[in-house]
Write a protein that binds this ligand. Structure first.
Ligand code: TYD
Length: 154
């Protein structure tokens, strides 16, 4: 999976003098069905969360309060997404390494997930992640080669 597949998605924002309102509907504002939601809070200063990748899980992360950074890594390069508003979030497809850091005091990170919890879906070792990313790339190249040879012989 490439870094370009991780995207900031703007959410609807209904402004109101009584207070603003934002919305997430599955398969409408985000590209998957929500199987699980969890949130990260009371993070002590300087702590980092989530240094891992998922094989299947897609996710959408919103800073419901405060701010934090999500560092996304495809094995070749890294990109830092700063989340600090509750009317947009970061979509992360499966197969990217991601770490959350720089949590402000009282920050609240909401994570919407496309799968139920499964420890087997985690890639927690960075070397394993690199192997996984390389294998994905090889599979893609082989698929392209097969398509090309089919085109040639048709
Ligand atoms: P984990 O995803 O490893 O958090 P981080 O990478 O930020 O440290 O989750 C921490 C622990 O919580 C781990 O033992 C698994 C457990 N957990 C669940 O039981 N269900 C869940 O939905 C999540 C997200 C975590």
């Amino acid at each position: 999976m490439s870094l370009n597949d991780a995207l900031i998605i703007d959410l609807p924002k209904i402004e109101d003098p009584r207070g603003n309102l934002s919305i997430i509907e599955e398969e409408k504002n985000i590209p998957f069905k929500i199987e699980r939601s969890y949130w990260i809070y009371d993070v002590p200063g300087g702590q980092k969360r989530g240094g891992h990748a998922f094989k299947e899980q897609q996710e959408f992360i919103v800073a419901l309060s405060g701010s934090f950074d999500v560092v996304v890594d495809d094995g070749l390069e890294k990109k830092i997404f700063s989340l600090n508003r509750s009317y947009y979030g970061l979509y992360i497809p499966a197969g990217l390494w991601r770490q959350m850091e720089n949590f402000s005091t009282n920050s609240l990170a909401m994570v919407l997930s496309s799968t139920q919890f499964s420890e087997d879906d985690y890639i927690r070792d960075y070397a394993d992640f690199i192997n996984h990313a390389n294998q994905e790339l090889k599979d893609k190249i082989n698929k392209c080669r097969r398509h090309l040879s089919e085109d040639v012989y048709e």
